[in-house]
Design a protein around this ligand. Structure first.
Ligand SMILES: Nc1ncnc2c1ncn2[C@@H]1O[C@H](COP(=O)(O)OP(=O)(O)OP(=O)(O)O)[C@@H](O)[C@H]1O
Ligand SMILES: [Mg+2]
Length: 243
């Protein structure tokens, strides 16, 4: 069964048409990369899926529920575009930022004890390789490390699906590689991932599906293996049709 299904989705901003009858779906356990040139509507598509924006036409189903009635926000996590831009004096520590990810759940369920909370923070920091930075001010970390902090904050609520909008922008090649490997490992452990990226080549090996949005507002969905067999530019060159 699809974990995310988008059907005939259209969306306009007041002065601009963005998406036009976009249709695609992914299954539980997929690792979807969404690509496309600047302004094709990648971030807008994530905001529509997450109910931050409402479709003009069409429908979105997430975890088997229509986005209009969606309420299971504790099962999804979102790392927005440019989530990491702390200046060096930002006062919070890594563990404080990560613990914010627990609030969502705690508002619906009984609060965990301090010990349980600490345990969850330690577990998730270990997962993203930041154990030794727990007490450090987040503004002192590198861009790649800050991105891991945001991924940890998203993971601590144990979501079924995570949405990331360009998590590898502005960080060096080795940090990109390690974030892509981290996401690949999380995906292998069962997490469904939807990631917007301009850097398909870095993540292609880990992903299962690629959706390329085009300037006509449509998109083309393909298996990563098929994408692999063509030069990357060939996929961006044309095509106004949907998947
Ligand atoms: N709130 C808004 N009001 C009006 N236009 C907007 C708004 N947000 C985005 N846009 C415009 O809609 C288009 C799609 O924006 P979006 O941010 O979804 O693109 P994107 O594919 O994520 O681009 P990028 O690769 O630069 O992140 C852009 O031309 C953008 O300027
Ligand atoms: Mg964007």
């Amino acid at each position: 069964m699809s974990i995310l299904s988008v059907k005939d989705l259209s969306f306009d901003y007041p002065d601009k048409s963005i998406l036009h009858r976009l249709t695609f779906s992914i299954d539980k356990g997929d690792f979807l990369c969404i690509a496309g040139t600047n302004g094709t509507g990648k971030s807008t598509l994530l905001k529509l899926i997450l109910n931050i924006l409402r479709p003009l036409e069409g429908s979105i189903s997430l975890l088997g529920k229509s986005s209009v009635n969606f309420s299971e926000y504790d099962k999804i996590a979102y790392v927005s575009q440019k989530a990491t831009s702390f200046n060096r004096d930002f006062p919070a520590t890594v563990e404080e930022i990560v613990s914010l990810g627990l609030y969502k759940k705690n508002s619906f369920f009984k609060r965990e004890s301090k010990k349980e909370r600490e345990q969850k923070i330690d577990e998730v920091l270990k997962k993203v390789g930041l154990t030794e930075y727990k007490k450090k001010k987040v503004g002192l970390l590198s861009g790649g490390q800050q991105q891991r902090v945001f991924i940890a904050k998203a993971l601590i609520s144990q979501p079924e699906i995570i949405f990331l909008d360009e998590p590898t922008v502005g960080i060096d090649v080795s940090a990109v590689d390690s974030i892509c490997c981290l996401l690949g490992d999380l995906n292998k452990a069962g997490l469904t991932i939807v990631m917007v990226t301009h850097d398909i080549s870095s993540v292609l090996y880990h992903s299962t599906k690629i959706l390329i949005l085009n300037e006509a507002g449509g998109g083309k969905l393909m298996d990563s293996e098929k994408f692999n067999s063509k030069p990357i530019f060939a996929h961006f060159s044309h095509g106004g049709h949907n998947a």
